[in-house]
Design a binder for this molecule. Structure first.
Ligand SMILES: [Zn+2]
Length: 125
């Protein structure tokens, strides 16, 4: 591996982690809850069967990085969809975090379907 290769792989990582598009940063928790509520099956925990899966909220950070509270935005993580270390490529996709309010079972839901639903709704207005 040459130093250049190392540099370009670091740049690629930064692109993934440094920022999401503005459209994703503007997602509000209440509209995601509305999106989930349209499904006939209520979210049921696969581990304990509890019917309350909570959309986790994005933390608000202080200057020093400490969490000072939670915002009305949903927590969004860049989930690794594909990794190809051999060619220094990969793909990440933004996802919401859901957790069971009883047992703590944790899962991700990709943001893409929500965004398509939101765009369609906004086009109707
Ligand atoms: Zn559970």
């Amino acid at each position: 591996m040459s130093p250049n290769d190392d540099h370009s792989s670091k740049e690629a990582e930064e692109k993934v982690t440094s920022s999401f598009p503005q459209e994703i940063m503007e997602i509000r928790g209440d509209e995601v809850t509305e999106f989930f509520s349209q499904f006939e099956n209520d979210a049921v925990c696969p581990l304990c069967g509890h019917d309350e899966m909570e959309l986790m909220a994005a933390p608000e950070y202080e200057e020093d990085g400490k969490v000072e509270g939670f915002s009305d935005r949903p927590a969004i993580s860049a989930i690794t969809i594909d990794e190809r270390p051999d060619i220094k490529r990969g793909m990440k996709s933004p996802a919401f975090s859901l957790s069971c309010t009883r047992c703590g079972y944790f899962s991700y839901v990709l943001v893409g379907k929500f965004l398509a639903w939101k765009r369609k709704n906004e086009a109707k207005k």
